[in-house]
Design a binder for this molecule. Sequence first.
Ligand SMILES: [Zn+2]
Length: 79
Amino acid sequence: MKDYESIQGENLEEADMAQLLAVTLNDDAVARVRSQIPTGPSQSHCNECGEEIPKERQLAVKGCTMCIECQKFNERFRR
Ligand SMILES: [Zn+2]
């Protein structure tokens, strides 16, 4: 019984460590996701070619940084 208790105690500590690690990893992951997915106001001009991004697209796609053509191009080559 004593052994079982001590094992449980160790497991709890491990769980705490895992949770701490998960929090750190999550923060890291969130930061990574934030840097990858553009948020906030859309850009008025394409990051890739400098063409003006249509107003409808700026409104439809939150935080878009590319015109439709460049977006299509990017998506095709990302896969
Ligand atoms: Zn473009």
